[in-house]
Design a protein around this ligand. Sequence first.
Ligand code: CUA
Length: 343
Amino acid sequence: MSWIGALKTVLVIGAFAASGASLSAKSVEQSALNPASPQAFSIDVLWWLMFWVSLVALVGTLAVLAIGLWRARRAGNQQLSAVGSRNLVLVAGLAIPLVVLVSLVGGSLILGKELSAEPPANALTIEVTGWRWWWQVRYLDSGGEPMFTTANELHIPVGRPVKVSLRAADVIHSFWVPNLHGKTDLVPGHVNNSWFQASQAGVFRGQCAEYCGTQHALMAFLVIAEPEAEFERWLENQKRPAPAPQTAAARLGQQVFMDKCSHCHNIRGTQAEGQGTDGIVAPDLTHFGSRRTLAAATKPSSRGHIAGWVSDSQSIKPGNFMPPIPLTPEHLTAVTTYLESLK
Ligand code: CUA
């Protein structure tokens, strides 16, 4: 994509954010104009190109209008000569817009084709399924077999291509991480693929970009791009079954969970393994305690928010498919402790 880089330099709109090549994953402002991958960089270039062309067109049109008004005023009651105005209409009203619009459409098409090319063979494949209103995430091994399932948080290695294979379980959703790529829809009964490659570490917020019902606005997720070694550590931990509860409170919490929550939520390595397969699918909680947010990036994963969510998720995200779970204060504290311990 060297022509894009050259174009951006010509446009003098700031160097590519290679300066942000930090090693630790810090939260990055969610913006398509703050690209952190070659794919988002190309989109950023196209955006700026369209911005400058539109600005020139706007200023040019206003200038012609101002000149016209000024001339009409100077002419007073005299008839204005029409000489030259026909050529002006033909050139400025027809020829220039035609060239500009065809160029912009052509540029978008070329870029679109480039961005929808097949991912490199060594790409890490992640299967993402959109549910109302959360994201099911499955990591596949090099043979295409699922390794584990998680939710609402993708970890990716910096500098390695990542292919996301997108499906929808119920209605149409759209996968959008503005800092990493454009939008790709998730369509029921159809698989769409998208791929990108993070060029810097960071925590990038993504969100559903297709209206999908009452909680569309709270259907977000995080993409955590980290150095390869850190990513591998995360991957190894995710492959393991859930850690056994270590304290009395966590053990009680596990019992409460099995009684009240395990009908919908899967936790690998417990009695709740294999749940969520009979049509009632809720986020896999095997390593819930290692995630930064809950309820599709609706709230930070703090103790208070976890307890609040378990006891009355409807007050936090009305209409979501988790019913209120009536628990005694002791059981609520215990189940919260257990969920937090699932690192
Ligand atoms: Cu899913 Cu909007």
